[in-house]
Design a protein around this ligand. Structure first.
Ligand code: FES
Length: 225
């Protein structure tokens, strides 16, 4: 079942310092907690999809969670005037998507071109940070927004604006793609060894190791700075 208001209120994450099963801690900012406990633009009621001209649904390979987003885009101004969402995701996904939905609709709406330029790091800045291991959760809302905008571009005949994010095979022996490496980095693998443990990229195919390392650097810079 997707998250609803009851599950928000009953969730136990209310303290700043949260520990995992190994006792490692991390801290959520007050802004993250505020958006988690009071998510903006969360879709609670039954959805009449005919009222929206953009719909996107994505899943996270890193954790298996899902996100669905509905947008109303003003065709003449090319602006997002409404952004609703619903998720199976965790507290960080809820807070990050809540903030994203504010960013794209504040000041009478953001133009679609500007919305496509929002990065997970922009969302994190507005949230006053997210723990590194939760960054992949902020990517979920970002990907749902892109999927919804692609839907809008297709349905409004703007085919040249559809963004195709095709995966490229990096290691033909294992069929590991650049997207697999991206997901491994988002899942916390920050060295070649750790990425290879998750993907097997380059093991038995040393010719591609340099490209794998380059992609690890690229995604680390993109998501973690
Ligand atoms: S969205 Fe799945 S762990 Fe955060």
């Amino acid at each position: 079942m997707f998250m609803n208001s009851a599950s928000v209120k009953s969730t136990e994450i209310g303290t700043a310092d949260v520990r995992d099963h190994k006792g490692r801690g991390w801290v959520y900012s007050d802004t993250v907690k505020e958006h988690f406990f009071n998510p903006r633009n969360l879709m609670l009621e039954e959805v009449d999809e005919t009222e929206y001209n953009a719909v996107g649904r994505v899943g996270s390979p890193a954790c298996g969670d899902e996100m669905k987003m509905w947008l109303k885009v003003d065709l003449s101004a090319d602006k997002i005037i409404e952004c609703k969402w619903r998720t199976f995701g965790c507290g960080s996904a809820i807070a990050a998507t809540s903030m994203l939905s504010v960013m794209v609709t504040e000041n009478s709406g953001m133009q679609t071109e500007a919305a496509l330029k929002i990065t997970p790091r922009d969302i994190m800045e507005r949230l006053d940070g997210l723990p590194n291991r939760k960054i992949h959760c902020s990517v979920l809302g970002d990907k749902a927004l892109r999927a919804a905008l692609n839907y809008y571009f297709r349905n409004s005949g703007q085919f040249h604006r559809v963004i195709v994010e095709g995966a490229r095979v990096i290691d033909s022996q294992t069929n590991v793609t650049d997207r697999d490496i991206e997901e491994a980095v988002l899942d916390g693998a920050d060295t070649l060894e750790k990425v290879q443990q998750k993907t097997k990229a380059g093991i038995g195919n040393p010719d591609v190791v340099a490209e794998v390392e380059q992609l690890i650097r690229f995604y680390k810079e993109k998501y973690y700075g």
